[in-house]
Design a protein around this ligand. Structure first.
Ligand SMILES: [Zn+2]
Length: 158
């Protein structure tokens, strides 16, 4: 009886360790401030390229820069990334992401969020046509799904 329980407990423990080592959870938790800017830029590009392949879409432009001046225009939690409609461009603020202690999982979420604005734009679902709230809801809802897809893919590539 006691032995059976021990076997189950040990079995579960092994399963848990196996799962931990073979998922990207630890990878996703890597803090961006431990990475170089070039490394983060490369990772961002790779994530975006994956979404492009996954959804069979041409890629939007990707740029990096200080977004603090956009704070008034955008929602406070969105200053880490923006999508610029007239240039079909995603801009990410690497310094802000680092400063706020964000990790690779969060980077994948931000990129997914901005990606959703881009693919919506291609379908003419924009701030102008359906309103800010609708666009943000759609992007927000997609962010976690996109992150999961991206991180699963990165795991497989390793
Ligand atoms: Zn947004």
């Amino acid at each position: 009886m006691g032995e059976n329980i021990l076997v189950i407990v040990v079995g579960l423990l092994i399963l848990w360790v196996f799962r931990y080592l073979h998922t990207n959870q630890h990878l996703g938790r890597i803090k961006l401030d431990l990475m170089t800017d070039a490394g983060i830029q490369y990772t961002s590009k790779t994530m975006l390229e994956f979404l492009g392949e996954e959804y069979k879409q041409k890629l939007p432009k990707l740029n990096f820069g200080d977004l603090s001046k956009h704070k008034a225009e955008y929602d406070i939690d969105l200053v880490f990334g923006v999508y610029v409609y007239d240039q079909k461009m995603i801009i990410l603020d690497i310094d802000a992401l680092k400063k706020h202690g964000h990790n690779i999982n969060y980077l994948a979420e931000i990129i997914s969020h901005e990606w959703k604005h881009y693919v919506d734009h291609l379908l003419d679902i924009t701030y102008e046509t359906v309103g800010v709230e609708m666009c943000e809801q759609r992007a927000h809802r997609f962010a976690k799904e996109g992150r999961k897809l991206i991180m699963k893919n990165i795991e497989l590539e390793q």
